[in-house]
Design a protein around this ligand. Structure first.
Ligand code: NDP
Ligand code: PYR
Ligand code: MG
Length: 587
């Protein structure tokens, strides 16, 4: 796409045309609709035409050596670059060569962050074209280490920090962000970063990483994405005593102080960006996550990735796994090490399939938490989201005893505690199942309930295994086993795209089921032959388009989509909305 003088006159950066351009009276988004009013554009920032040296320093428009001679003349770049002109493909090749030479994943992560700050399109091109190799760098497991060391590696701000210091001024803070046409916000309070616990303000790496996947995997344009970290303090003593810690040096605010800050944030977001901005809650601890979802689910477009996205990806994997093990969901018995959100969606789908009330289907599902099996006698002391799982049973203290008693066909771990699927546990599950389904969802790799090698070895090659963080293929008795990655990264980018492109104003559980169904349908016979229950990430953009289309179709069916008329072919429409990392030519 070429930029024109007309667009320059319209006030946008001559280069900032994908996909918005500033027009009199508002901002047009990719769909050609006005999405922001003049009032919303009152900011300390002014749009300017980047050229010359500042163009090379502008990550949104910089192309480095890929500026051709005409562009170098037109934009005052002569002499600022060496004479060679290279294609984006060659730039990617060169960078991959450099990145592959780094020994440590964190060095690769920092090289990627540096690239993102230097040349955004090249960052996304590289990530999209090398998704299987680079996902473990910009996402789990490496992003976990990056958060732990975020204070030391902090360079430039990559998102908005909203701390207790900004109480009463959050709207003002939102307006400091240079992009106005925001479509997705990923927000964390840093209390449960992956399975690494409370990382306070340093949790920022997670919204940044999730949003880079929104763009790379789901095609949401980068300028529409806003990473936010709410800093209410941290209970992490190590960080509180770390001179490089970047957050508030106080213990976590709770109760009214916490809820008031969150409420101000939620209200300011709606006031500044309107009703159709998607707010994704990420890595909040369960004791806040369920309440926030319930509180804002009826007034805002909110989605909890850890509860809802994970539930959707797990359900997809289970539906696919049934092709390998046979039976319906209701024929199986599930044991969870934590994970009530996932359990609920499975019970809901089972209920839809069997016409049994959800209260009945829940009885096929058992949960163990830090105190043992969740049973009726514990009901009084249980958090409200655990109560539906308190079935009548004798108390059981350990996971191994629960496995031996319940005899599940499916074992799912999401407690954030590593190595809880011990040899005895895996052997027990394998002893009463020909093909036990074992999902070790906890991230990063260090917190995985077991490794792929352990799952295959201890089950004598019979486990159908997937994990939250990736594991390399395993050779066991001469056969190679390829583990799948059960991670919400399959779902949230396409799910969010589906909501955005249809202008959906509320999330509904049926949309999560629709996303699951779309993902499960993408698993091919070739994948099944390898024992995989998820498709490879290489095709993720196509998969995301299918998920987006299914989610949008459900939103239209439920009357929750506001972008009318409904496009005829939603898959094609989703694909057409996707951000392209290819360079545009600048006249
Ligand atoms: N693969 C994926 O896509 C995803 C993976 N995850 C991973 O799941 C993990 C947990 O996330 P989340 O549930 O949000 O975390 P929370 O910290 O909010 O909850 C943890 C749960 O695990 C239970 N638990 C803690 N220790 C044990 C133990 N030793 N035995 C049994 N249960 C225990 C807790 O029980 P109690 O209530 O009794 O304290 C609690 O219910 C993280 O590692 C995260 O990375 C999360 C989202 C997506
Ligand atoms: C994947 C993810 O969202 C988590 O581990 O929290
Ligand atoms: Mg998460």
């Amino acid at each position: 796409m070429e930029s024109t003088l007309q667009e320059m006159r319209d006030g946008a950066s001559v280069l900032d045309l994908e996909p918005k351009s500033t027009v009199a009276g508002g901002v047009r988004d990719v769909y050609g609709e006005d999405t922001a009013t003049e009032d919303q554009l009152v900011t300390p920032w002014s749009l300017s035409v980047a050229s010359g040296y500042s163009l090379l320093r502008d990550p949104h428009h910089n192309k480095g050596l890929a500026f051709n001679d005409k562009e170098r003349d037109a934009h005052y770049l002569r002499g600022l670059l060496p004479p060679a002109v290279v294609s984006q493909e060659v730039q990617v090749k060169k960078l991959m060569h450099i990145i592959r030479q780094y020994q440590l994943p964190l060095q690769k992560y920092m090289a990627m962050m540096d690239l993102q700050e230097r040349n955004e399109k090249l960052f996304y091109k590289l990530l999209i074209d090398n998704v299987e190799e680079m996902l473990p760098i910009v996402y789990t497991p490496t992003v976990g280490e990056a958060c732990q060391k975020y204070g030391s590696i902090f360079g430039r701000p990559q998102g908005l920090y909203i701390s207790l210091k900004e109480k009463g001024r959050i709207l003002e803070v939102l307006r400091n962000w240079p992009e106005k046409n925001i479509q997705v916000i990923v927000v964390t309070d840093g209390e449960r970063i992956l399975g690494l616990g409370d990382l306070g303000c340093q949790g920022m790496g997670i919204p940044v990483g999730k949003l880079s996947l929104y763009t790379a995997l789901g095609g949401v344009r980068p300028s529409a994405c806003l990473p936010v970290t709410i800093d209410v303090g941290t209970n992490n003593e190590k960080l509180l005593n770390d001179e490089f810690y970047i957050g508030l040096r106080q213990r976590r605010a709770t109760g009214q102080e916490y809820s008031e800050l969150l409420h101000e944030f939620m209200s300011a977001v709606k006031q500044n960006y309107g009703e159709r901005v998607l707010i994704q809650f990420e890595d909040f601890a369960n004791h806040n996550a369920f309440d926030l979802l319930a509180k804002y689910g009826t007034t805002h477009l909110v989605f909890n990735d850890d509860i809802q996205g994970t539930a959707s990806v797990v359900l997809a994997g289970l539906v696919a796994a049934l092709k390998l093990v046979g039976g319906t969901l209701a024929d199986h018995k599930f044991l969870f090490l934590a994970g009530t959100g996932i359990a609920e969606l499975i019970a809901l789908e089972m209920s839809k399939q069997t016409n049994m009330p959800v209260e009945e289907t829940r009885k096929r599902i058992w949960l163990v938490d830090s105190k043992g099996l969740i049973v009726g006698s514990r009901k009084e002391s249980l958090q409200h989201f655990k109560k539906p799982w308190a079935h009548e049973h004798e108390p059981i203290k350990t996971l191994l005893d629960a496995v031996n008693d319940i005899k599940p066909t499916v074992l799912i771990g999401t407690s954030g505690v590593g190595r809880t699927f011990t040899k005895e546990v895996v052997e027990a599950v394998a002893s009463f199942n020909e093909r036990p389904i074992i999902l070790a969802l906890s991230n990063p790799t260090s917190q995985s309930e077991c490794t792929a090698e352990e799952a295959y070895t201890w089950s004598k090659g019979r486990a159908i295994f997937a994990s939250g963080s990736p594991f390399a293929p395993v050779e066991y008795e001469g056969k190679v086993y390829v583990p799948g990655q059960a991670n919400n990264a399959y779902i949230f980018p396409g799910f969010g795209l589906g909501l955005i492109m249809s202008g959906t104003i509320r999330v509904h559980d049926d949309m999560l089921l629709a996303a699951s169904e779309a993902l499960a349908a993408q698993v091919t016979q070739e994948n099944f032959d390898k024992g995989l229950i998820y498709p490879p990430f290489t095709n993720i953009r196509k998969i995301s388009a299918q998920i987006a289309a299914n989610v949008a179709a459900k939103a239209y069916e439920l009357g929750l989509a506001t972008r009318l008329p409904q496009p005829k072919d939603l898959v094609k429409y989703a694909e057409s909305c996707m951000y392209s990392p290819a360079y545009r030519s600048y006249r």
